[in-house]
Design a binder for this molecule. Structure first.
Ligand code: NAP
Ligand code: MG
Length: 508
């Protein structure tokens, strides 16, 4: 990295990047000097910005043992709920105190803008920690009316208790690293579980920084452990480890299926947040002045590297041409770039880089497939010619048809497919939206709210927006129908996978 880049960073961030990063196990950093090193690159420049040690088998063992001891020991499980909540509140405050450091780290590691980190990244993470901190004191069971035959005048008292599942392995992807880490961590810690986390090797930096904050906040030893390493080694070792009670995974549908297989031997609890190919449906009476920019944001936010990306756009024939020309205008006017440009933090851009060269190759190959399949390339379609980073132009294909691979498969890049439709029948419109193996998110755009609700009721998806796309909130359950996953995150439902229910019956 050039000196100017290092000088532009907060001194604490520059020092953090220079460190030899190891594993965080049982409340201490383990740095194996002989460990294989993974190079962490900035997607804006391809420059190596840090080097982290790959966890070895012994590290995996040590982390699982630490999490087990953390779970079975008295410090965490016997901590009174108010105190456990206080630690989560304190972590939220600490995260906000370090928002500039974390924002710079994500800008360097992922190409994010500081403004997005401030308004969404840090805010959502702190909100989640506080939301789940609030639940810690409300994990109540219930008393159950019991109809067992009575003996003499004896009665039964039955009540349920909520208990933590135990040691949880959390495996997360690269597209929203800090957000994903907190999204997994907050409900697990609120429930009283202990965690071994494995971030994606492309974006390990914010989780490493988070571990240092967790260390400062003063969680008991072994409550949070962090391992870095490739998924097929470290991730797979965690998914199959007999000392792990539950795996919480976010990533691709293919790896999700691997996780199920690996975890089946010991019948671990598994929750999966997987891929998507989310539909955005614009009806003929939609308010186009809001629908068109929203459809553009739905696909181009995070350069399409967003599991909820509205990558299948359905537009009614009556408004098709107007929508398509509006989208073309927006897509071709978006500024491509990144906050961290290799020299420093430059600011202003609309569409950032893809995470790696591998993703660029993958996305460009889908663009070739779209052309070969006969879709019309409306705009974009090339690697963006700015610097040496991993940038692809915002791309829109029209004249798409349901059987095309670009319509069926998750591309995870800034590539929108547009299909024209003629019907206003709710069943037929819902059938278009439902023609996918995925079911994570969807949105319907119309001024006829009754019709909107009827379509929303028929869409097979964990979330449906009416005149809004991807309306994420910490209190609102989020997760997939069909091959988009198992279970829910966010909200009260996001806690359930980390809790067991115990029923106790007393003969009185
Ligand atoms: P990925 O390749 O499935 O990787 C996700 C994580 O799993 C990474 O930490 C990866 O490690 C690890 N991994 C890979 N192979 C593994 C194995 N055999 N056993 C255990 N762990 C393994 O996904 P990605 O390419 O990083 O992320 C993009 C995908 O995530 C997209 O499909 C997207 O839709 C999905 N996603 C879903 C949601 C949601 O909430 N539904 C949110 C965001 C992203 P390494 O990468 O370090 O090798
Ligand atoms: Mg990966």
């Amino acid at each position: 990295m050039p000196k100017s880049a290092i000088q532009s960073m907060l001194p604490s961030v520059a020092a953090f990047l220079k460190k030899r990063h190891g594993q965080y196990i049982a409340g201490a950093w383990q740095v194996d000097k002989k460990a294989q090193l993974i190079e962490v690159k900035s997607p804006a420049t391809g420059d190596v910005v840090a080097r982290i040690a790959h966890a070895c088998e012994d590290d995996v063992e040590a982390a699982v043992i630490a999490a087990r001891q953390g779970f079975e020991g008295n410090e965490w499980s016997k901590m009174v709920p108010n105190d456990r909540a206080a630690l989560l509140f304190k972590l939220a405050d600490t995260l906000e105190d370090k928002k500039y450091e974390l924002s710079q780290i994500e800008a360097i590691d992922c190409g994010f803008s500081m403004q997005m980190m401030n308004s969404i990244g840090i805010k959502l993470a702190a909100d989640q920690l506080r939301y789940y901190a609030g639940w810690v004191t409300k994990l109540n069971g219930e008393t159950i009316t019991n109809s067992r035959p009575r003996e003499d005048d004896h009665d039964f008292l039955t009540y349920t208790k909520k208990e933590p599942v135990g040691v949880v392995a959390q495996i997360i992807p690269w597209n929203f690293p800090l957000g994903m880490a907190i999204q997994k961590l907050a409900p697990a810690l609120a429930a009283g579980c202990t965690v071994v986390m494995k971030p994606a090797e492309e974006t390990p930096l914010s989780a490493l920084y988070l571990a240092s904050l967790i260390d400062k906040v003063g969680f008991p030893k072994g409550v949070f452990n962090l391992l870095n390493g490739y998924g097929r080694k470290t991730g797979a070792a965690l998914a199959s480890h007999r000392g792990v009670d539950k795996v919480a995974f976010t990533g691709s549908t293919d790896v999700g299926k691997e996780i199920i297989k690996a975890s089946s031997d010991s019948l671990k609890k598994v929750t999966l947040e997987l891929g998507g190919k989310s539909p955005v449906v614009i009806m003929p009476d939609a308010n186009l002045s809001s629908a068109i920019p929203a459809a553009a944001r739905a696909i181009f936010f995070l350069s399409g590297q967003n599991c909820m990306a509205g990558s299948r756009l359905f537009v009614h024939a009556d408004v098709h041409d107007e929508v398509v020309s509006g989208l073309k205008e927006i897509a071709s006017s978006l500024t491509i770039g990144s906050e961290f440009n290799g020299d420093g933090f430059a600011g202003q851009f609309d569409v950032g880089p893809l995470i790696s060269e591998r993703q660029v190759v993958r996305v460009l190959s889908y663009i070739d497939i779209g052309m070969a399949e006969g879709a019309t390339l409306l705009t974009g379609g090339k690697r963006a010619s700015i610097g040496v980073g991993y940038f692809v132009e915002p791309t829109i294909f029209t004249d798409c048809t349901p059987e095309m691979r670009i319509v069926r498969e998750e591309i995870f890049g800034p590539v929108l497919t547009v299909q024209k439709f003629n019907t206003v029948d709710v069943e037929e419109v819902a059938a278009l939206a439902n023609d996918s193996i995925y079911g994570l998110s969807a949105s319907v755009w119309t001024c006829d709210l009754a019709k909107a609700h009827r379509i929303a009721n028929r869409i097979k998806s964990g979330q449906v927006g009416i005149n809004v796309h991807a309306a994420i909130d910490t209190a609102v359950p989020f997760g997939g129908y069909k091959q988009s996953g198992w279970g829910r995150e966010f909200g009260r439902e996001g806690l359930e996978p980390y809790l067991e229910t115990k029923a106790i019956t007393a003969y009185l």
